[in-house]
Design a protein around this ligand. Structure first.
Ligand code: GCW
Length: 611
């Protein structure tokens, strides 16, 4: 049984192949060692797709250049797990299956919970080829085909990644990733023309256009298959076209036009909102922002622009509705952005398997966007992800990006457990059920009924019911002694009207609104009677108590698995589950007390709520 963190879910890959072997050759050697004779048949037109067949001599993997690599990894995986490897043609649901690192060049990772960057340190590139190669295999093995290394908040000297200063280094790392079918994306600073000497970055200024054309030509002379640029503009103090009174189509098209002759794409984030709101001002409602900034621009973007929209309208809270922008803009190419980094979801200490969230989003969207992205949960920790079990989110994300609506988060988890802990791991059912219930447990003790943001400001870890209440970020719940939540119906902020009619109708009425999002969409009295007869307040109390009990059960379950785990890994997990129980207790007590102090209504079941 294996829990070699460095190896993660690729137990069948050994290090004995000479470095000169291509990833495909390497995979073929591994297959031979597993007793499978495999021939690879490249059919260029198949691109990323592959098909595995069996004949008298063994397996044949048909696929495009990348497809055969995906197929070879899939065959290895299936053989290791003892599953049937033959498949009809399988092709990815999304074209670009991206990971966005938020790594700063000083080595720190914004919202990183697994150590420091494995790309950068002390304001320069700093990477070990072995680790990057291994990372390339991890990505290819689950089908991810593009990554950005540097943070979307581009700080000096990362703005120089697209200049002569750092391009030779970008080229070197791109060469390593290329072998695994992974293309690079550079996060660029919209104000680069100004940094490098122009007096403006106005997208309609010809000098700015000429600047970007020249810069992009230079970049492609180093990295001819660069995927493109990723931009966070006019958001959270980043520069952007609004500084020049231009809209975001004008802003994005500037870069898109420069990239187009090289086949590059411009990925433009839609995370734009007023982050200087006055809490006294009820006329602004932050979740409305993305739609308000973009929806009316449909049809105005160049065809190589991809608008990258966060899955929810706020910011990766435990539970949010699907962003209304994902239903809008039929003429514009979009990408959906998830966050594997557990910023609001336990920071890779508390257990949180994300597949249920992805299912909710995909089940609800009538049509998937063409591309998908996720903020990584990786760092230079020995086990890549801080909590070893958080690796499952990366693996499952890749699978989900491949399978789209057909994604089965339970089966993928079973596979990940088998690959990581060995096919004979005796505790797999227990581990599976711990992970499958983890999101619901976390939601119960931290963020009930769609209430988010009750977290410690800045770190976003631990409870603070009013931490953001009087701040300028626009994330209020406005609790008082009778009500909590924001009315986003047609009588309130009108946010709900951004949805297609049928959904808007469903959400608009508290009686039909899904209860798990009740307080996101509505401002409700504490004595509102929920569908099961409990009052809303009692439901808040119960959820917190249940969440704590479930966190305690997770710890017990982990302790019961001690016999099946290597000591080091057991102890690593143990410390995290113990911390999770402390966290859950803190959340439970503080949140229940918060609501009790407002209402003075005790728990109907007589449990202790501190006053
Ligand atoms: O959630 C917020 C984070 C920021 C992040 C921003 C974004 C990279 O707190 O750290 O900045 O989202 O998505 O741009």
């Amino acid at each position: 049984m294996l829990l070699n963190a460095e190896k993660c879910w690729l137990p069948f890959l050994s290090d004995h192949c000479p470095r000169t072997f291509s990833p495909v050759e390497e995979a073929r050697v591994e297959l031979e060692e597993m007793g499978a004779n495999a021939r690879l048949q490249v059919e260029e037109s198949m691109q990323d797709a592959y098909r595995i067949e069996k004949d008298g001599e063994g397996y044949v993997i048909y696929g495009g250049e990348k497809g055969v690599l995906y197929g070879a990894y899939q065959l290895l995986e299936k053989m290791y797990l003892g599953q049937c490897p033959c498949c009809g043609e399988t092709k990815p649901a999304y074209g670009l299956r991206m990971l966005n690192h938020w790594d700063n060049m000083n080595g720190q990772i914004e919202r990183g919970y697994a150590g420091n960057s494995f790309f950068f340190k002390d304001s320069r590139f700093c990477w070990e080829e072995e680790r990057i190669r291994f990372y390339g295999r991890m990505l290819a093995s689950c089908g991810i085909n593009a990554i950005s290394m540097n943070n979307v908040n581009v700080h000096y000297p990362a703005d120089r990644l697209c200049t002569e200063e750092l391009l030779p280094e970008v080229k070197k790392i791109a060469d390593v990733f290329r072998a695994y079918g992974v293309r690079l994306i550079i996060s660029v600073d919209y104000a680069l023309p100004v940094t490098l000497g122009l007096d403006t970055a106005d997208p309609l200024d010809e000098r700015v256009q000429a600047f970007w054309e020249k810069q992009v030509d230079l970049i492609y002379s180093y990295v001819p298959d660069l995927c493109g640029f990723l931009v966070k503009a006019d958001s959270e103090f980043r520069p952007g076209p609004y500084m020049y009174k231009r809209n975001h189509a004008e802003g994005a098209n500037l870069l898109a036009r420069a990239l187009k002759p090289h086949g590059g794409v411009l990925i433009w984030r839609c995370f734009v909102y007023n982050c200087r709101q006055d809490w006294r001002d009820h006329s602004i409602d932050r979740p409305k922002a993305a739609y308000e900034n973009y929806a009316h621009l449909d049809g105005q973007f160049e065809d190589n622009v991809i608008l990258q929209v966060k899955n929810g309208p706020y910011d990766f809270q435990v539970r949010e509705p699907v962003s209304p922008l994902l239903y809008a803009m039929p003429k514009t190419c979009k990408s959906i952005e998830f966050q594997l980094a557990q910023e609001y979801t336990g920071q890779q200490i508390d257990l949180y398997y994300m597949a249920p969230v992805w299912h909710e989003v995909m089940d609800q969207l009538p049509a998937l966007p063409l591309h998908i992205a996720a903020v990584t949960n990786l760092g230079n920790d020995e086990n890549w992800t801080g909590h070893t079990l958080a690796q499952a989110n990366l693996y499952a994300y890749g699978r989900m990006a491949w399978q789209g609506k057909g994604f089965d988060g339970v089966q993928v988890l079973k596979d990940w457990i088998g690959l990581t802990f060995g096919p004979d791991f005796t505790e797999r059912d227990r581990l599976e059920s711990m992970m499958l219930s983890s999101r619901s447990t976390y939601e119960k003790y931290t963020a009930n009924l769609g209430l988010g943001w009750m977290v410690t400001p800045h770190s976003h870890y631990g409870p603070d019911a009013e931490g953001y209440e009087y701040d300028f970020w626009g994330t209020y719940h406005r609790a008082n002694c009778r009500f909590v939540g924001i009315d986003r119906s047609d009588k309130g902020t009108g946010y709900i009207q951004q949805y297609p009619e049928e959904l808007a109708r469903l959400y608009n009425d508290p009686a039909t609104c899904p209860e798990k999002m009740l307080l996101f969409f509505h401002r409700m009295p504490y004595d509102y009677v929920m569908k099961d007869g409990r009052t809303m307040l009692q439901r808040l109390y119960d959820d917190h108590f249940e969440g704590l009990a479930e966190a305690e059960k997770l710890l017990e379950d982990w302790q019961a698995m001690e016999h099946a785990l290597p000591e080091k890994d057991y102890l690593h997990g143990l410390a995290r589950f113990q911390q999770q129980v402390k966290n859950a207790r803190n959340w439970c007590d503080r949140m229940n007390t918060y609501f009790y102090r407002f209402t003075l209504i005790p728990d109907a079941r007589g449990r202790r709520i501190y006053d």
